[in-house]
Ligand binder design. Sequence first.
Ligand code: FES
Length: 127
Amino acid sequence: MTADPARAPARGQWWSVVPLADLPPGSRRVVRAGQFTVGVFNLNGRIVAILDLCPHERVPICGGRIDGTTLPSSYGTFDWSREGEILSCPWHGWEFDLVSGACLVHPGKRLRHFPVRVEDSVIYVQA
Ligand code: FES
């Protein structure tokens, strides 16, 4: 039986994935970290890393549009927020919060995050 990559525990090994200078705010890179394909995102200075796998149909997600979303608001108004922090899956458009990993349309689904650290201007991912 093989491990489910969306649920497998972190392996504990840190991988050097990209120089910080190559990931300016608002950009992303899809990299290898051990056995995983990982999307690394710079959300205006906050670095996050997620498994490149949509929890809906288990296909690559990291090439999706990054945008914001509308917040709950009163009738007839649309409050746009979270600009640059919401990833839309390119396959069916489910929206995910890149910070928390939560799916905005299906609360039981979420992205898998990996621990990240920056050392000597290099981004490392634990996978
Ligand atoms: S595969 Fe991502 S929303 Fe369907």
